[in-house]
Design a protein around this ligand. Structure first.
Ligand SMILES: Nc1ncnc2c1ncn2[C@@H]1O[C@H](COP(=O)(O)OP(=O)(O)O)[C@@H](O)[C@H]1O
Ligand SMILES: [Mg+2]
Length: 202
């Protein structure tokens, strides 16, 4: 069996459980003796740090175009410095958010989706893209107390609208995230193990 990496991304609304389930997935894979790593966007590199500090931690949003460009640049860094080398080393890479977040959030802010795709051309598609599906109302309830600019119900509704399109066109595989954590985690793991089996067979 040829050793090849597998690239998985986890997407969803704010507080859908992406970080929870990306970490749990990595731990479950590691327990099975598989070489899996967790990574997240914005990345740990310079532009990622800039985005955290100047966009995510601020109450006021910068123009969507600026946001979209910064995330796209950070993604180039993320792919080149972290994702590609890990995949080359045969690892399973689990990314907490990826290009679909740009389509969903900046698309919801009114930017042209084709343009967002274009500036993200270097971000190759994952082998598996999981969408943790929760209703916007649940997202808002879980978010109470958190201070982010992207948390209002209206935004969540718009973002969900785009994620729904990406599910419908087959880009994202949905998992019902509005259930107890263990059930969600079990489904995520099953999907990934199936995908891994297929991937390594072919
Ligand atoms: N299935 C679930 N049911 C209830 N609460 C959950 C579930 N999954 C995650 N949470 C809680 O929701 C909050 C957001 O989870 P988190 O993983 O940080 O989401 P995200 O990374 O998508 O923003 C956390 O407090 C987490 O414990
Ligand atoms: Mg998170």
């Amino acid at each position: 069996m040829k050793e090849r990496g597998l690239f998985i991304c986890v997407e969803g609304l704010d507080a859908s459980g992406k970080t929870t389930h990306a970490h749990r997935l990595v731990r479950s894979l590691q327990k099975r003796g598989l070489d899996a790593i967790y990574t997240t966007e914005p990345s740990g590199a310079e532009i990622g740090g800039f985005i955290r500090k100047h966009i995510l931690e601020r109450r006021r949003r910068v123009p969507s175009v600026v946001e979209a460009l910064l995330f796209a640049v950070d993604r180039v860094d993320h792919v080149r410095k972290k994702i590609k080398p890990a995949l080359k080393g045969g690892k399973i890479v689990v990314s907490d958010r990826y290009v679909y977040s740009s389509l969903a959030y900046q698309g919801a802010a009114g930017l042209d989706m084709k343009w967002i795709e274009k500036i993200n051309k270097l971000a190759f598609p994952p082998n598996l893209s999981i969408y943790i599906d929760i209703p916007p109302e649940v997202a808002v309830r879980r978010l109470r107390g958190r201070r982010s600019v992207m948390e209002q119900l209206k935004i969540q509704l718009n973002v969900q609208g785009i994620y729904a399109i990406l599910v419908k066109n087959g880009s994202l595989l949905p998992v019902d995230g509005n259930r107890p954590r263990n059930e969600v985690a079990k489904d995520v793991l099953t999907i990934v193990l199936d995908s891994l089996e297929n991937h390594r067979k072919h």
